[in-house]
Design a protein around this ligand. Structure first.
Ligand code: DX5
Ligand code: ZN
Length: 216
């Protein structure tokens, strides 16, 4: 089981400190939420921030692009030092090409589905990707409540993986706390993004320990 703190809820004036804090606590990825104010109703950070973080952590940077027509920015995020780049199927008519572009940079690729999007919409790219991200909130903001209906999609993806011998990891993002993480784990999830649960706490390290315990 992997834990991927989302820096969306970190202190943007102290990103290096907040990234190193969770690295020290023993997490697996740093989850970077990129929003363009178009695909989602919020604007966050660009490739420049990924490039700035690259030298301050050894952890893989798990970059979640919530931007329209992500093909236009894949080169920038790959060159900035992303280890995994994930694109939403809803954000482009050319999801297959977007994944090919990510792979051409030698970067791991992921595809993301919103709560209202069925697994069937990504069926034809599942053989290509390293990661599938199941959104368990509507993307745009941290601190929202977990949408229970999404758990069935994790189980579906887990069954498809087994049937076909696919290798992707299943990641969940949104409203993750120990209780919801356990449900996702039982359905077949491997990677757990948590933003506010970790960074809004007085003691983020303790929250990471509690998540690990729940996922043991
Ligand atoms: C939501 C982002 C998430 C967000 C999760 O659009 O993709 O990564 O940071 O935040 P929490 O864990 O607070 O729901
Ligand atoms: Zn995210």
């Amino acid at each position: 089981m992997k834990i991927a703190p989302s820096i969306l809820s970190a202190d943007f004036a102290n990103l290096q400190r907040d990234v190193q804090l969770v690295e020290k606590a023993g997490v697996d990825y740093i989850h970077v939420d990129v929003m363009d104010g178009q695909f989602v109703p919020n604007i966050t950070i660009g490739a420049g921030v990924v490039a700035a973080l690259r030298p301050v952590t050894k952890l893989p940077l798990d970059v979640h692009l919530m931007i329209a027509n992500p093909e236009n920015f894949i080169d920038d995020f790959a060159k900035a030092g992303s280890d995994i780049i994930m694109v939403h199927v809803e954000a482009t008519p050319h999801i297959h090409r977007a994944i090919q572009m990510i792979q051409a940079h030698g970067v791991k690729s992921g595809v993301v589905i919103n709560p209202g999007t069925p697994v069937a919409s990504i069926e034809h790219v599942l053989s290509m990707v390293d990661q599938v991200l199941v959104m368990t909130v509507n993307p745009g903001f941290g601190g929202q409540s977990f949408i229970e209906e999404c758990v069935g999609k994790i189980a579906e993806l887990s069954a498809i993986r087994k049937e076909n011998g696919y290798k992707y990891e299943i990641e969940v993002d949104g409203g993750i706390v120990p209780e919801t993480a356990e449900k996702c784990k039982a359905a077949g999830a491997d990677v757990f993004v948590a933003g506010s649960y970790i960074y809004s706490a007085e003691d983020p390290t303790q929250r990471i320990d509690l998540l690990k315990e729940a996922l043991r």
